[in-house]
Design a protein around this ligand. Structure first.
Ligand SMILES: OC[C@H]1O[C@H](OC[C@H]2O[C@H](O[C@]3(CO)O[C@H](CO)[C@@H](O)[C@@H]3O)[C@H](O)[C@@H](O)[C@@H]2O)[C@H](O)[C@@H](O)[C@H]1O
Length: 403
């Protein structure tokens, strides 16, 4: 009897002293093999919020195919918050019967038949931000449900989290997803609260570094700067996530959206379209479908580019740069000032030898500049616009490149 009492006390102490992730049995190892390049697709939240339905998801999948966006890499069709209503008697999540009457598995079948992938949303708290059931303490049941439906991607949010640290709440879902045996991209959305870049690469395939983006120049610029500080932590398998694209939602000009897309691609951010792809303007399509800019984002080297210099009296003329495969360098000349101006990229700032002779490919004009450059390149950039170039060192490579 005394022995049994001691054993009970020892067990209780072990429970009290163990980190909760160990109690959950998390392996702290990401082994899904996904995210070798940043994820590309569409997400319902930025434009539709809670106004979602199975028709919308099907029509969006159709539009991704018919527009050609799917062919150039936008494969994930991601349902955000508001798809679920409650847990059933067995404790499993139930899709909203009014908006998703056919269930999620039928949507997965639908998008898979088109060669696309289906993403879903839950929350590492007791409720989602829109007060649907959360997955905290239900990780295994919910991961099993998602896998049984054929889900390919989970965005995992941060509301109603009981004050438990993200480092404790996010690994159990990773472990549960791993155990399903289905490769499910794991997108952490803890809004950068606990500097996830420093710990999340062993947990998920991407991690939000900031609060939500808004469809405005001010928000987009602020978020780019916040995400920039974590550049060295990104790489194949795990990416900083400065939130989804606002391109096409109406709150910014063409130049501003072009800047947004250029910098997100240079920063190796997830490219999750956040507009209504069934009704895109030609301008929106032109930005989202620029395959040369997308190739920067999807480059096999997987290095996040960063801000390398600030110029002008207000320091709002910026150069961002990063290395690409085959010794190439991507350079953005980003004018954040209210007037057009010249911006100069110095070779020494972008990681090139100052004597290097360089061919310059303009990724928005789709042409090489007529001359080669040594030491620097200076270009006039309109207010709030962004030039995006690839610098090619080797003349031979240029001969083989697209003209
Ligand atoms: O419900 C789906 C969304 O859930 C997250 O966003 C939650 C809310 O985020 C914003 O609110 C605040 C303050 O601006 O930002 C923090 C998170 O970024 C949160 O603490 C604050 O409440 C938005 O203003 C609000 O509209 C969102 O509901 C998630 O980040 C989103 O991507 C959606 O998935």
């Amino acid at each position: 009897m005394a022995l049994r009492g001691t054993a009970v006390w020892l067990l209780l102490w072990a429970v009290v002293l163990s980190p909760p992730s160990l109690l959950y049995g998390a392996t702290l190892q990401l082994n899904n093999g996904l995210g070798q390049t940043p994820q590309m697709g569409w997400n319902s939240w930025n434009f539709f919020g809670c106004e979602i339905s199975e028709e919308l998801i099907r029509e969006t999948a159709d539009a991704l195919i018919s527009s050609g966006l799917a062919d150039i890499g936008y494969k994930y069709v991601n349902i955000d918050d508001c798809w679920s209503s409650h847990r059933n008697k067995q404790g499993n999540l139930v899709p909203d019967e009014e908006t998703f009457p056919s269930g999620i598995q039928s949507l997965a079948d639908y998008v898979h038949a088109k060669g696309l992938k289906l993403g879903i949303y839950s929350d590492a708290g007791i409720l989602t931000c829109e007060r649907r059931p959360g997955s905290l303490f239900h990780e295994v049941a919910d991961a099993d449900t998602f896998a049984s439906w054929g889900i390919d991607y989970l965005k995992y949010d941060n509301c109603f989290n009981l004050g438990i640290k993200p480092e404790v709440r996010y690994p159990p879902m990773q472990d549960a997803l791993n155990k399903t045996g289905r490769p499910i991209f794991y997108s952490l959305c803890e809004w950068g609260r606990d500097d996830p870049a420093t710990w999340a690469s062993t947990v998920g395939n991407s991690w939000r570094t900031t609060d939500d983006i808004q469809d405005s120049w001010k928000s987009m610029v602020a978020i780019a700067d916040l995400n920039n500080q974590w550049a060295s932590y990104a790489g194949p398998g795990g990416w900083n996530d400065p939130d989804m694209l606002e391109v096409g939602n109406g709150g910014m000009t063409f130049n501003e959206y072009r800047s947004h897309f250029s910098i997100w691609c240079l920063m190796k951010a997830p490219l999750l379209v956040g507009c209504d792809v069934r009704n895109m303007t030609a301008e929106t399509y032109e930005i989202l479908s620029n395959v040369e800019v997308i190739a920067v984002n999807q480059d096999s080297l997987g290095v996040q580019g960063s801000k390398v210099s600030k110029q002008g009296s207000e320091e709002c003329l910026e150069v961002w740069a990063g290395p690409l495969s085959d010794s190439r360098v991507v350079v953005a000349l980003w004018n954040r000032c209210t007037e057009g101006n010249n911006i100069t990229a110095l070779w020494e700032d972008v990681g090139l030898d100052s004597n290097a002779l360089v061919a310059v490919r303009d990724l928005w004009e789709h042409r090489f500049l007529p001359e080669n450059y040594v030491g620097n390149v200076t270009m006039f950039v309109d207010s709030h616009d962004c030039k995006l170039y690839i610098l090619v060192l080797d003349e031979e490579k240029r001969k083989h490149a697209k003209q």
